[in-house]
Design a protein around this ligand. Structure first.
Ligand code: 13P
Length: 254
């Protein structure tokens, strides 16, 4: 019912040449049939959005940014607006990634403003939520995730549900090689779905909830078969065309 979505978050990696060769490699690894079965996104650093955008134009691979500022324009040195992202062909934009929350002080209030600004510009936000290790050990997973989801969606109008993506990324699983088991991830995904039902109603069934944190070709199968895991936000394994395409193939059942 929900089409799987696999998005590669390149974070602060690559240079001009390697960004181009990665995206060209991904296009070579994707058949039209696979493009029909799976929504595919890549999120390069801001500065490489234009060159990647030019290469993927007219292909099944869609462009995502890794962050955005919520104002339309003005004296905000160093920031990028939703309209600038739209102008470059972005379909998606990641917001509230734990690295932004931890290193750059991003709060649920900031995430909420970004979500609203993106929806207004017709860009699909990929809202990242997830607990830290100590929060899991203290038994506070649902409390933390609930605060992040409700904070991000505070007075946000969602019409079809397809214009919103949530990514559950437990902080302890990011870049550590420690993937959440499919059962642990499904438990939180199903909880997020129930939270979405409370906040936005029945269209919650249309919202894709991605898992993120050490996703690799050899662990995606168990994750994607869970009823509330609709895809993955992939970090390290998205930096090589071969592993990224393999993840997409498994998600597409091929
Ligand atoms: P890794 O896949 O490298 O663990 O990163 C996950 C992530 O943070 C994606 O946004």
């Amino acid at each position: 019912m929900r089409r799987p979505f696999i998005c590669g978050n390149w974070k602060m990696n690559k240079d001009r040449e390697s960004a181009l060769s990665l995206v060209r490699g991904i296009l070579l690894g994707i058949t039209p049939e696979l493009g029909e079965r799976v929504d595919i996104g890549v999120a390069p650093p801001f500065v490489y959005l234009p060159i990647v955008s030019a290469v993927i134009e007219g292909t099944p691979v869609k462009l995502s940014a890794q962050d955005v500022f919520w104002e339309k324009e003005g004296a905000f040195t160093g920031e990028v607006s939703p309209y600038m992202l739209k102008d470059l062909g972005c379909t998606y934009c990641i917001v509230g990634h734990s690295e932004r929350r931890i290193y750059f002080g991003e709060t649920d209030e900031h995430v909420n403003k970004k979500v609203k600004a993106l929806l207004e510009a017709c860009i699909t936000p990929i809202v990242c939520v997830g607990e830290k290790l100590e929060e899991r050990e203290e038994g506070r997973v649902f409390e933390v995730v609930s605060q992040q989801v409700k904070g991000a969606l505070n007075s946000v109008e969602i019409s079809s549900g397809e214009e919103l993506v949530i990514a559950y990324e437990p902080v302890w699983a990011i870049g550590t090689g420690k993937v959440a088991t499919p059962e642990i991830a499904q438990e939180v995904h199903s909880y997020i779905r129930s939270l979405l039902k409370e906040t936005i109603g029945d269209v919650a069934e249309k919202v894709r909830i991605l898992y993120g944190g050490s996703v690799k070709p050899d662990n995606i199968a168990g994750l994607i078969e869970q009823p509330d895991i609709d895809g993955a936000l992939v970090g390290g394994a998205s930096l090589k065309a071969e592993s990224f395409c393999e993840i997409i193939k498994v998600a597409g059942g091929m």
